[in-house]
Design a protein. Structure first.
Length: 207
């Protein structure tokens, strides 16, 4: 009786499913390298996002201060401060917080009336965003920035000197590569823009 010949393609022992320890270590090593390579762009993106958040908030709060001037039919002021952003806080250029309030209509009118307060924010301080800009911006009853030497806050407001020379607030942060600016124009327009881009060149987000 003939015996069957052994198969020419005999299979070896079956390989267990899943990763081997070596394959797992190699995969983790490659993943770690990819994460390290992506860390700088992610950090820059996060810093830019903080800057944009603060710039947008300043733009919105300037518009609210402007709207309150129309609603209350009296001067309002938007102020930077290095202190607590509360009613009557000491204003200062390049402050890390800001507040807004209405101004007294008459000399001698109480300045501590809580109804004068409009808003306050420490977002730039909390987000570690650096601000530069004037201590005060005043809006008149039709929403335009005006000069005033009777704010009662120990600082004066200055209006834009020309239609194309706005009041400028600038927001930047360590690690960010896209600082942003908030422009307040003589006619009352408030705009957030990118100083690295040009509106004149058709870049709608440019300054």
């Amino acid at each position: 009786m003939l015996k069957p010949e052994p198969s020419a393609h005999r299979r070896g022992p079956a390989r267990p499913g899943g990763f081997t320890l070596v394959e797992l270590l190699v995969t983790l090593g490659v993943l770690a390298l990819l994460l390290l390579a992506a860390t700088p762009p992610l950090a820059t993106w996060a810093a830019n996002a903080r800057v944009r958040g603060v710039a947008e908030r300043i733009g919105n709060d300037l518009r609210l201060t402007q709207a309150e001037a129309l609603r209350r039919n009296r001067l309002t002021v938007f102020a930077l401060t290095a202190g607590v952003p509360d009613l009557g806080a000491a204003p200062g250029a390049d402050g890390s917080a800001w507040f807004a309030q209405a101004l007294p209509r008459l000399a001698g009118e109480a300045t501590g009336d809580s109804t004068l307060f409009i808003l306050g924010s420490s977002q730039a301080r909390q987000e570690q965003v650096t601000l530069s800009g004037p201590a005060l911006v005043c809006f008149n009853m039709i929403g335009r920035p005006v000069s005033s030497s009777s704010t009662g806050l120990g600082a004066n407001c200055s209006a834009p000197t020309a239609l194309d020379s706005p009041i400028v607030y600038r927001a930047s942060a360590a690690g960010a590569d896209r600082p942003l600016e908030v422009h307040v124009f003589a006619g009352g327009r408030v705009r957030v823009c990118d100083p690295a881009r040009s509106l004149a060149a058709g870049q709608t987000d440019g300054c």
